[in-house]
Design a protein around this ligand. Structure first.
Ligand code: 4AZ
Length: 229
């Protein structure tokens, strides 16, 4: 996050960190952000591609502190959108299925809670203020920022774009795959997945977010075709 403020995971309980485990070095490396959308399902960006031995960390406010609230999962399988284009970043979305032996993965708590998916037709008014966040893996502590939705006619239909009208907060390197959530009927609704941008925090260069409403049937199709146990 460019700008932004320190936050607590209880304020962004859907924020996930996606790490790659390197067994030879016995170390974890941060790969990208993610968003919990259901007990065993995490949404992210296609930059995840070709990664092996992924781990998803939920419920953590500080990087260097193991806490009793964290929940860590291996990834059973993941899907990159079939039409992802790594030059234009069209369809920059990925879905991960967490590994479980017991039919349930993430357990709801104050620190771990899925974000709501929007109805496919939901369009929020221009300049609606939404929240972006980054996990305590790329950053020392979970952080959040606020951006406003750019008018739709100024971006291509596949994406949402947003910027802070004060010119402060923006998504930045390491944030991709993380959430852009907006309040809708009093629920924090996942409208965007952090995708890319031309630099960070520059005036008139809004960050680009995958427009989640376009992918609801893609997400639900994968979830239906791959039941948990
Ligand atoms: C990135 O590299 C990235 N300012 C994500 C978002 C933005 C820039 C870079 C938007 O993951």
């Amino acid at each position: 996050i460019f700008g932004g403020r320190q936050s607590d995971i209880t304020d962004q309980p859907w924020q996930a960190a996606i790490n790659v485990y390197q067994p030879r070095r016995r170390q974890h490396f941060h790969r990208c952000g993610g968003v919990l959308i259901d007990s065993c399902w995490v949404l992210s960006a296609a930059t995840l591609d070709k990664a092996d031995r992924l781990e998803v960390i939920l419920g953590r406010t500080f990087r260097k502190q193991n806490s009793s609230s964290e929940q860590i999962f291996k990834v059973e399988k993941y899907w990159i959108h079939e039409k992802f284009d790594n030059e234009t970043f069209d369809n920059d979305i990925a879905l991960l299925k967490l590994k479980t032996d017991v039919g349930i993965c993430a357990v709801n708590s104050p620190e771990v809670l899925p974000a709501c998916l929007p109805e496919p037709g939901l369009v929020l008014p221009s300049w609606t203020e939404c929240e972006i966040s980054v996990s305590a893996e790329y950053s020392e502590r979970v952080k959040r920022g606020y951006v406003r939705l750019w008018p739709n006619e100024r971006c291509v239909p596949e994406v949402l774009s947003g910027r802070d009208t004060r010119g402060l907060d923006d998504a930045c390197k390491g944030d991709s795959g993380g959430p852009l959530v907006c309040r809708n009927n009093d629920r924090m609704t996942l409208m965007g997945v952090i995708s890319w941008g031309d630099g960070c925090g520059q005036r008139d260069k809004p960050g680009v977010y995958t427009r989640v409403t376009n992918y609801i049937s893609w997400i639900n199709g994968k979830i239906k075709a791959n039941p948990v146990l």
